[in-house]
Design a binder for this molecule. Sequence first.
Ligand SMILES: Nc1ncnc2c1ncn2[C@@H]1O[C@H](COP(=O)(O)OP(=O)(O)OP(=O)(O)O)[C@@H](O)[C@H]1O
Ligand SMILES: [Mg+2]
Length: 367
Amino acid sequence: MSSTKKKELPVILREHAESQFADELAALAETDDRQRPPNWKLSPWAVTTYLMGGTLSNGAVIIPKYVGSRRLMEIAVATLATDRALLLLGVPGTAKTWVSEHLAAAVSGDSTLLVQGTAGTAEEAIRYGWNYAMLLAKGPSLDALVPSPVMRAMTEGRIARVEELTRIPSDVQDTLITILSEKTLPIPELNTEAQATKGFNVIATANNRDKGVNELSSALKRRFNTVVLPPPATVEEEVTIVQQRVASLGRALELPGDAPAIEEIRRIVTIFRELRDGKTEDGKMKLKSPSGTLSTAEAISVVNSGVALAAHFGDGRLKPVDVASSLTGAIIKDPVQDAIVWKEYLETVAKERDDWKALYRACRETL
Ligand SMILES: Nc1ncnc2c1ncn2[C@@H]1O[C@H](COP(=O)(O)OP(=O)(O)OP(=O)(O)O)[C@@H](O)[C@H]1O
Ligand SMILES: [Mg+2]
């Protein structure tokens, strides 16, 4: 039986940066009169503007993607224009993946050439694999070869992304050495090679906390410029990041209800920062830190879950009761130790603050 009703196309849940911000990238390309490195879509200056935000000469507004030091982004972008690859290093939730995606989108117009590093990442994920049906039928040939994202980036002159580089076993990591130093990928089965074309480079990310899992060999380290992404320097910066991300996630998920009040976000960010730093903002009281990382990314998801609760089960305005349980969930990773730390914080810090009463009570109830 055939239906006459027109089928609606499914809506993509999360668009790639290059499609989500296609208008911004087009406006930047239009006004960009600075020199572009070979095969780059934009000049390094325009790529940095795409990351940091600004208003262009034609009036187009570029929203900031990265909140923090402009200089760090300039160093990252400049590195990509050299023969060295870029390693973004930092504690969890410091926007390494986020920056890497936006850099690839702005430089190559394509952020999808991605290898996700895990303990099980094999050499084929970085070099190439085979279409076995074709290999058996025709023997080894270029047609039967399945290029990895890195190999495609080499031949197309684009940026390849390697996520969580230090989780990849060392011998597999070393596959990158020839690629980065010789700019070529030997294909011994076909007695040939794939040579990188201009515009090719690699952005890798690695987590400080994974240090020691699979350290980078010094040979590989020398092929990278490392840029360390720090946690947000001030409460204001971190509040801005959370506010921006929650607003854009709310739009993407089409959540009804209001944008959360800034005071609510500020309280959550303050709790995260104080517990992370092991002292109160004014420096007067020492605090114990919980075992989890309490990153900005987690603050974003605490606020975001709260917004969803308020939108669907409340009156649309984010209140302390909406964030209390996910806040407690984010802080208590180890049920014994962290519960003590959190309880102590609530009793000695939160309870004493004038405009924190509602949050204090809501959190106490979750314990
Ligand atoms: N300085 C910042 N500027 C803008 N956004 C930020 C910043 N810091 C964190 N974020 C936000 O935090 C979220 C998490 O970032 P991301 O996933 O890139 O972290 P990560 O460093 O890759 O973490 P992990 O080590 O866990 O992989 C993103 O939504 C990003 O927008
Ligand atoms: Mg990441």
